[in-house]
Design a protein around this ligand. Sequence first.
Ligand SMILES: C[S@@+](CC[C@H](N)C(=O)[O-])C[C@H]1O[C@@H](n2cnc3c(N)ncnc32)[C@H](O)[C@@H]1O
Length: 404
Amino acid sequence: MDQITASIRDMYEKYPYPTGAPNNRLGSDVDLILSYGARAPEGAGPRQVLDAGCGRALGLIGAATFQPEVQFVGIDINRVGLAESKTAVDQRGLKNIRLQEVDLMSLDGLEAPTGGFDVIHSSGVIHHLSDPAASLGLLRENLAPHGLINLMVYGRNGRDPLLKTAAAIDVLFPDGTPLVDRVALARQVATFGTDGVLKGSRFADTGEVNDVEMVDRLLNANETTYDIASLWQMIDTAGLRFVRWAEPLDWQVELQVPASDLRDRLLKLPIFEQYRFLEMVLCPPMLEIMLAHKDNAPRPELGMADIANAVFRVSPEITIGTSVRHTPAGPRTETLELRVRNQDPVPITAGPTATALLAMREWGDDLPGRELQQKFAALGLAPADIPAVILELVRVEVLYRPYR
Ligand SMILES: C[S@@+](CC[C@H](N)C(=O)[O-])C[C@H]1O[C@@H](n2cnc3c(N)ncnc32)[C@H](O)[C@@H]1O
C-alpha cells in the first residue's frame, strides 16, 4: 500500500464516512442506468453492481434494499467502516450484498463476475486516490462490455471556498499534528470573520457540520479536484467515454440561460464549450457523470416509428405530487406537479400529459409500446396525440426503456 493510501485509510478509519442512516439515493437504479447505453446487456442472471469505495455502505444498503434481485459488492480500505457495514447488512438480513476489503489502487482480491460488473458506482472516492486515472482504468477492466460507471468527483471551481480554507488551516499545522488536534481549530477557521471565504458560499454551514464531515471537507489527507477539461482527460486516459451527466438538466444551456443574445451565442458553440461555460459561471462542487467503454455510446433517441416495439417503464427518479380535495361530489384532484430527480417540481395543468401522469402513479410493470398506447387510449387520450405524449414523457425522463 502506498503512503497516500495508508494516510487516507488512517483518516477514514478514525472518521468513517458518511454518518447517518442508509438511504435510497437517486442514481442507484441499475436498469435505469443501463438504459443510457447503446449496448444491450448480454447474458442472463442477476445484474451485478460494484460500489467502489462504499464507505459505511449507506447508499449500498439503500440500493440493495430496493433492488433485491440485483447482486451488490461493496469494496473499501476502511476496515472500521466495513465492519460497521457488515453489522448493518446482517441486521437487515440483506443477502444481496457482499463486502470486501480491497484497495482501489490495485483491486487485488476483488471477486468480480466473469463477464464484469453491469454497473459500477464510485461516489466521492477516486479523487482521494494516489493515482485516480490508473484506478479508473482498473475499474474499466472490470466493467461488462455493456456496463456503465456512475462516477462523482469534486468540482474544482465549486469547491474553491473549501480549498482556500483548507490551505489556511495547513498554515497552522506542521506535518504530523494529530488529526484530533486539528479538528477543533479547523472549526474555528471555518467560522472565522464576518467576511470569511466560506460565508455566503454553498459551504457556509461548515462550522456546524459534524467532525466526520469536517475532516472530509477541510482536513482530508489527499484530494484532487477536477474541472471538466481535466476530468475529460482522465476519462480518456482510463479508456472510457462520457455518456451523459447524472443530471443533464443542469448542463443544458436552454434551461440554464434565459433567452437572450448570450444564449444564442452559446448554443452555436460545440457542446463541450457549452459545458465549460456553465461550469465556470455556475461552479458545481461535484461533477457526476455516466461513463462507458469507448465502443459503447449513448442510446439513440426514440423515434415515432420505434414506439410500438419498444418497452417502457416509469422512471424511479420521478415524484408525482397531487393535492386532492374532498368535495361533496367525491375526491377531486386540484393540483398536480412533477419532480424529476432533485429539480424543482413543475406544475402540470390539465391535458393529455396530466391524464397520463395521474394514471402512471399506479403502474409498476414494464409496458410494451402497443399496450402503453392502448392504456392511454383507454384513459381517453386522442389516438392522434398518443405518440407525441409518449415521446414527450420519454424526453423529460418520466418514462424510460429498460433492456430486458
Ligand atoms: C468520502 S468517502 C465516500 C463514501 C461513499 N462512496 C459515499 O458516497 O458515501 C471516501 C471513501 O473512499 C475510501 N477509499 C479511499 N481510498 C481508497 C482506496 N485506495 N481503496 C478503497 N477505498 C478507498 C475511503 O475509505 C472512504 O470510505
